[in-house]
Write a protein that binds this ligand. Sequence first.
Ligand code: UDP
Length: 385
Amino acid sequence: MSKRYLIIGAGFSGTVLADQLVKNSDCVIDIWDERDHLGGNCHTSRDAKTGIMVHQYGPHIFNTDKKEIWDYVNSLGEFRPYVHRVKAMSKGKVYSLPVNLHTINQLFGKSFTPDEAKVFLETLADTSITDPQNFEEQALRFIGKELYNAFFYGYTKKQWGCEPTELPASILKRIPVRFNYDDNYHNNIYTGIPVNGYTALMEKLVDHPAITVTLGKRFDPGMDLEAYDHVFYTGPIDAWFKFKYGRLGYRTVTFETHYADGDFQGTTQMNFCDEEVPYTRITEHKHFTNWEKHDQTIYFKEFSKETTPSDIPYYPKRLEQDKKLLLQYRTDAEALQGISFLGRLATYRYMDMHHVIGEALDFAKSWLLAVKTGQKPPVFPNREA
Ligand code: UDP
């Protein structure tokens, strides 16, 4: 008889997992999501007024170095080339990001060659910091205080709501520093934007007779899930346990929507690095799809704030106290039977789309293998880090 599985959450984790389970085993799957759409925070939809494809929960650019993941997403829908080129506003001037030769020459009024810029940056870097312990030390060690103050200090304080000294160095390591004029925000081999948006990719993933998606269905801990042979949970791990040890820290994002004629800022993303500007960035989504023509434009001012119980969690903060809580929740989760936890919220990590998809693909494989060989199936896709 077919196994019955429940997947809670219809983002990339849940929909990729569903696709893999129905393709590789005999099962029927229910997917529940409390929102009225598929896609989680990657959800896209066309704006009713302008017809522009909008990334409802903030900009998402698909990047990966792995050909198999690129091939997988391309098998779900057409992608077109898109290179994310971010601009930064600092003290009233516009600069190129990530920090590259143009940024250095712009900020210091120079015309350095790559080698000259390298030597120059070494004179700015604080070499007394040998083992950077936090975001600020990482920045001062590698780019020095001038670039740090111009582009990172204010933005990071607004984005995370704390001093950059309280944040892990890993957050800064997401962004490259280059000594050439390459202003691609990402370092990956494959990059693009899906022509029909991300939600269409996930519609394709769940378009199978053995998968039933119920939208607008809220999961509450303690619900009777006896009917299912296994449950895969992609919501916040602390919510599964009714926050019994306390709440994990997240930043959330709110958006102020604006319309204009023509082109508002000439690019998809402008970061506002000064602490005095209340928003972190403005994103103008028509620039994701330059192959489309739209007379009007829609843009969003993005504000970051602490998450309250009614807010959507976006960025896991992972401060020291969060990591301790996470460990307690993970220990309890490991002791449960018939439930697995995966994805950004259930593993409490700052993940990009390609990480989420790659991990769901790998997890499906190892989970199915464990079941087939009578081993204990994995509870998490990752080890605690
Ligand atoms: N950041 C910054 N200034 C910028 C862009 C990024 O200080 O102009 C810092 C900030 O702390 C941010 C981190 O670098 O959280 C990672 O940036 P990324 O652009 O990857 O953030 P995302 O697009 O995921 O919000």
